[in-house]
Design a protein around this ligand. Sequence first.
Ligand code: ADE
Length: 234
Amino acid sequence: MKFHILTLFPEMTDTCLHASILGRAARSGCVSFHTVNIRDYTTNKHKKVDDYTYGGGAGMLMQAQPVYDAWNSVQSGSEARIRTIYVTPQGRTFTQELAQELSREAELIFLCGHYEGIDERVLEEVATDFVSVGDYVLTGGELPALVMVDAIARLVPGVLHNENSAETESFQNGLLEYPQYSRPPVWHDKEVPEVLLSGNHKKIAQWRLEQSIRRTQQRRPDLYEQYMKKNLQS
Ligand code: ADE
């Protein structure tokens, strides 16, 4: 799977994309990351990419021309329309479900805004999705784009060596993950729950499901309610 990131600050994204699990995945060829510096596409002789907003108001806006040409440098290389995500607090909230949907695409473009945003006319032409990471405002789109790329890339086959771990974790079945324990069996007088040492896989699975349900009810009553509704229907 190929990720293209359009940004004014490629150094922000490149560092994260080349480290740890994502870096290893890129080196092994399961995914590839391509950063496009929007400033490289401005036709302005001073390399300017922003200007004042018509109608007044605070701050500067990213102009349509460099954004469009940066986007087109990627899109023109592909016959299919590449899904283009404009990373914005005005979008729908990113979820595990959306991560799964997007992980089935062959290529994705993430458009990172800065300053007060991007000229609406270019968004009308290039953006297919408007996605936020939550109801708070960040200084730019790079951090939220990285959050989304990370969540999507780890679902691509081969990125996580343990294919199971993406299946059993939080949100995958609408529940939070159950508590986990490692050695030693007793730490600070706390014992690992006995069932986990029993070797009885059926009992362990049952205990984990109960714990997941209890944890979801305590920590995320909104998810618990959805889970109960779905399971009462079926
Ligand atoms: N840009 C600034 N804040 C953001 C947010 N919460 N989500 C996505 N993009 C953003």
